[in-house]
Design a protein around this ligand. Structure first.
Ligand SMILES: O=C[C@H](O)COP(=O)(O)O
Length: 226
């Protein structure tokens, strides 16, 4: 049973289940949980988007998926754009994308931006760019933020998961200070307690990506995912 405080966190949560070998029963249960708890979104692998869209039809809950993830920066730009199109067709209403930080670090700024732009144009739904901030130098961070916004990102996200960073108010504030009006900030990475979740929202995050949504609304701390 949720406490009033924990219930209020639910709309911010993008309830994430992206793991190797996830089964149909697990994914359907995950989508049903998103509806039961009133989460903002269910975030699932692309291969399960149509099933989740069917469960969440009419609920107003976003059907989110991710591409070039969990291994970030391995897909071709053409492959990413085609996958984005396929995800949207299957019912995704938001897509988080891994970006080519290796290209950014190689001075290939136009290629970095075009990779994002191609997805934005092909998808036609809001794109969240996962910046992997801890892997970037200060200059690279500034450029990644600017180029992502120029390329049409609807959201900026500090990191793709807890494997890269444990989400902190400092990361969120970094992005909040830099986003242009209308661009939103999502926090992600081992968000495992209600106090951490609220500190990220207080810092300005408009959504929280977490694999521990059910524990959070129950007011329990979860084990760190990485
Ligand atoms: O945006 C969602 C993240 O992939 C979830 O990260 P997590 O597994 O560290 O909770």
């Amino acid at each position: 049973m949720s406490t009033p405080n924990s219930r209020n966190i639910a709309p911010y949560i993008q309830h994430t289940l992206i793991k190797v070998g996830v089964t149909r029963d697990e994914i359907i249960r995950h989508a049903e949980e998103a509806a039961e708890y009133g989460f903002g979104a269910a975030m699932v692998p692309g291969s399960w988007v149509s099933e989740v869209a069917a469960v969440l039809s009419g609920t107003g809950i976003e059907v989110a998926s991710a591409l070039d993830f969990p291994t970030v920066g391995v897909m071709t730009s053409e492959g990413k754009a085609r996958e984005a199109e396929a995800l949207t067709k299957a019912g995704a209403t938001q897509i988080d994308i891994g970006v080519q930080i290796g290209w950014l670090k190689s001075g290939m700024e136009e290629e970095f931006a075009q990779d994002i732009r191609g997805v934005v144009e092909a998808a036609g739904v809001p794109i969240k760019v996962m910046l992997e901030l801890p892997l970037l130098t200060d200059d690279e961070k500034e450029r990644a933020v600017e180029l992502s916004m120029d390329a049409g990102a609807a959201w900026l996200k500090n990191a793709s998961s807890g494997q890269i960073e444990t989400a902190s108010p400092a990361s969120v504030e970094y992005l909040v200070k830099r986003v242009r009006p209308g661009i939103l900030v999502k926090a992600s990475g081992s968000i495992t307690s209600l106090s951490q979740a609220w500190s990220l929202i207080d810092a300005g995050a408009q959504a929280l990506g977490t694999s521990a949504g059910a524990e959070l609304v129950a007011g329990n701390d979860a084990a760190a995912s990485y």
